[in-house]
Design a protein. Sequence first.
Length: 224
Amino acid sequence: MRILLAEDDSTLARLLRDTLRGAGYAVDIAPDGIEADFLAREGLFDAVILDLGLPRRPGLDVLRDWRATGLDLPVLILTARDAWHEKIEGFRAGADDYLTKPFHAEELLARLSALLRRARGQAPGPLSVGRWRLDEASQEIRPADGPPVALTHFEYRLLRLFLLHPDRVLSRAWLEERLYDESHEGGSNVLEVLVNRLRGKLGRETIQTRRGQGYLFASGAGQP
Ligand code: CA
């Protein structure tokens, strides 16, 4: 999943980016309101973390514009301490949730995870598909009838995308856009390599190749 982080405080932005990446999200940073608006409209992101105090264009303006033009991606706003009116205005402008600075990274991750689930109409809790259950905290996949299987960071990212969209053909481009942010440099984490490593861990039949179309995670694979 790919998150847009609109934050002008570069120290905080880098810190949050590292935290989010550690939790398995691809992250792009927008340092001002105009850039945030531009990037959000590219359609690559699953959610936005939006600081309201942004240069060039205030976060509230940007958010109002998104909602007025039908851009409905989940938005979590970051507000200044003691600025209770910002929270109210933020919700009126179309925010889905908020955090007051300073906050704990753990709380941001918990809220973001809940927000992403709600946006998909899914109940919070472990992500389960077929006989598989993904543990977000330990980044392990657990079959119904066996011990947990450890995943590398990018295997985890990819598998979460598959589990969020089971039994659907996902194109290579769609997957790559959500796996990698603009700073990514490939290497051993290219898509084919990751898919093959996941097949090695979960069984070959779990991820099917649809030639010329992409890949499909078969939710019923391996069921008795
Ligand atoms: Ca700011």
